[in-house]
Design a protein around this ligand. Structure first.
Ligand code: ATP
Length: 590
């Protein structure tokens, strides 16, 4: 298929922020796309080459791209001209299209480029290794640019640089696939299930296009393809938990570590994080020791890896574990920050999915599969049935260094990719109605004063709105940051700065600097209040009014293991807001 069809669709999508319009453009595009290239089209429109868990990164630096454009433009002083254009527009893709326009006016293009060719070239660039990599990358890029129209060049560069941000969420892609291939948006639910077990939207697209709904219904779990994790609703008190859970349920310690999905076949082990990134290299100790404790051929298990004090066996907080997120000297980090692996679920066992099994069946299977030792453990669990028992269990859990408890319904399946009430989390801080923590997306910043001059002093934060696929502003935060936190956040944000506000950001407040909505940090606040300025849950409680956090404070946790789409949602914020009102009401009655 001609790449120009994709480039035209991208141009239209760039101009809108409305989900319905985006969906319509996608439907038109999918209908035109041959089934053999639809998976590649889906990856490209997300600015990717493969699903995230495969870790194929393009990572082309701006300087290298400028050299490639210059080579292709063949003008005198080309690099300087490109840099000038770039300074004017702040968008290298745009600058390239301007410069190449000048050249195209003087040359006659015969060839058109196809999606297949663009994809193959980008893939080759991503995989290049060894000597003269830079020169070879330039050759591939300028080869493509030579045959591309200015608009095509613009989008090729945006994909290469990782700046193609069309603001299309996965849900929007699935809506469009359902409409394009089944004429019924409701079928998105079936697609969602396939996506939840495969984490590969390209594969879902190809299957629906080629085999229709029947193909999607047959979607199976594949070992080494991560499953999207099941998530819990929060509750604030033992009473609320009992109301929701009924008579008998399981309580597990909520350990404060990193969630790890382990895919194991014999000695082969692949580990995925909560956001499905391949994290195998951070845990050589898991790769070495865990296969010896598993009594099965092929399994997918879930566990919480927790840093421990080796002398006392005590659990240590999450921050300790983050020291392992490094590329070099990992062997040293393994010795310095020892862990235990605490299993809490089994999702796949010797060729069969376990997702449909009830909790108690999965737990007893788990206990058959794993032989506990000093390194591999089951998460402590107890079957309980009343408020006092929860309270006692919570106390024990906190005394052993955990965050709280997870309460799980006994007769429910594993609901991949969904947050819901089959699992509830009760953290210590939730018992205090003013201390709830939220994971919020950093969307903007304001420059600091005094000691913080030249750095960001305050941040604009957002919650996630699933209905509109946007990140809605919820508060400004400037407290709780140590100097080293500010330095670290400044560094992380340095390559996320954007010239214009990303279309998925919904904020009336104007920040000094806007960021790609990617970084997630943890915040506590004293209260949730109605707000005329902030956009979270706008119009949900009162017309033209949103919700905001009062006295927000950074907890010290940068949630590197979370994607922006995993941040706290407006639904959660609304539930907290309503819970807070209920507590106030109950208190007034006392
Ligand atoms: P949080 O911000 O509280 O860590 P989350 O958004 O990552 O939550 P939730 O589903 O809300 O995810 O809470 C479950 C998280 O708690 C899991 O992602 C996992 O990392 C951790 N966890 C610790 N112990 C357990 C357990 N026994 N069962 C399930 N998850 C557990």
């Amino acid at each position: 298929m001609e790449f120009s069809i994709l480039a035209d669709a991208f141009s239209k999508m760039e101009l809108t922020t409305k989900r319905l319009e985006l969906t319509q453009y996608l439907v038109e595009l999918f209908k035109k796309t041959p089934h053999d290239v639809i998976s590649r089209t889906v990856y490209l429109l997300q600015g990717k080459l493969r699903p995230d868990f495969e870790g194929v990164e393009l990572g082309v630096a701006e300087k290298l791209a400028i050299r490639a454009i210059a080579k292709s433009a063949g003008l005198d002083n080309a690099e300087k001209k490109i840099e000038e254009e770039y300074r004017k527009s702040g968008d290298l893709g745009h600058a390239a299209s301007k410069i190449l326009e000048q050249k195209k006016q003087t040359t006659f293009i015969v060839e058109y480029i196809t999606i297949e060719r663009v994809y193959e070239n980008l893939y080759t660039i991503a995989k290049l290794e060894g000597s003269k990599t830079q020169d070879r990358k330039i050759k591939y890029i300028s080869g493509l640019l030579n045959d591309a129209s200015p608009v095509e060049a613009k989008f090729i560069l945006k994909i290469l640089l990782g700046t193609l941000r069309l603001g299309i969420a996965e849900n929007t892609v699935m809506d469009a696939l359902a409409i394009a291939f089944t004429d019924n948006k409701e079928n998105r639910k079936v697609l969602e299930h396939a996506y939840n077990v495969s984490s590969d939207l390209g594969k879902v697209a190809e299957t629906i296009a080629k085999k229709g709904l029947a193909g999607i219904e047959e979607f199976k779990i594949n070992l080494f393809n991560p499953i999207r994790p099941m998530l819990a609703d929060r509750v604030k008190s033992e009473e609320e938990a009992i109301e929701k859970l009924g008579i008998k349920f399981a309580a597990e310690y909520k350990l404060d570590g990193e969630r790890v999905q382990l895919h194991i076949e014999g000695d082969k082990v692949v580990l995925f994080s909560r956001s499905l990134e391949n994290i195998t290299s951070y845990y050589p100790d898991i790769v070495e020791k865990i296969p010896k404790t598993i009594l099965a051929q092929k399994v997918i298990l879930e566990a919480e890896a927790v840093a421990i004090n080796e002398n006392t066996g005590e659990f240590l907080p999450f921050q300790e574990l983050m020291h392992r997120r490094r590329k070099y000297e990992i062997e040293k980090a393994v010795l310095q920050y020892p862990i235990t692996v605490n299993f809490f679920d089994v999702l796949y066992y010797d060729g069969k999915s376990c997702l449909e099994l009830e909790y108690k069946e999965r737990r007893s299977l788990l206990e058959k599969i794993i032989k506990e030792d000093d390194f591999a453990k089951y998460v402590p669990m107890s079957y309980i049935s009343n408020q006092n028992e929860i309270e006692e269990f919570l106390e024990n859990s906190i005394n052993s260094g955990c965050e709280g408890v997870m309460l799980k319904m006994l007769d429910k399946p594993y609901h991949a990719g969904a947050r819901g009430s089959f699992w509830l989390k009760l953290k210590r801080e939730y018992r205090n109605e003013l201390g709830d923590s939220l994971d919020l997306v950093v969307i903007g910043a304001f420059f600091g004063k005094g000691r913080r001059t030249g750095k960001y002093g305050t941040f604009l934060l957002a919650s996630c709105d699933y209905d509109t696929d946007t990140f809605t502003s919820i508060c400004k935060v400037g407290t709780g940051f140590k100097d080293e936190d500010l330095d670290q956040i400044y560094q992380i944000l340095s390559n996320k700065v954007t010239i214009k506000k990303n279309p998925r950001i919904d904020s009336k407040m104007e920040a000094d600097v806007w960021f790609e909505p990617e970084l997630v940090i943890e915040i506590v606040a004293s209260e949730i209040t109605l707000s005329p300025i902030h956009m979270a849950a706008r119009n949900k409680i009162r017309k033209d009014t949103g919700l905001a956090l009062r006295f927000p404070k950074f907890t010290g946790k940068i949630r590197l293991e979370k994607d922006a789409d995993d941040a706290s949602t407006n639904e959660e914020v609304l539930t907290l807001f309503k819970g807070q009102k209920k507590v106030a009401h109950d208190r007034n009655l006392m």
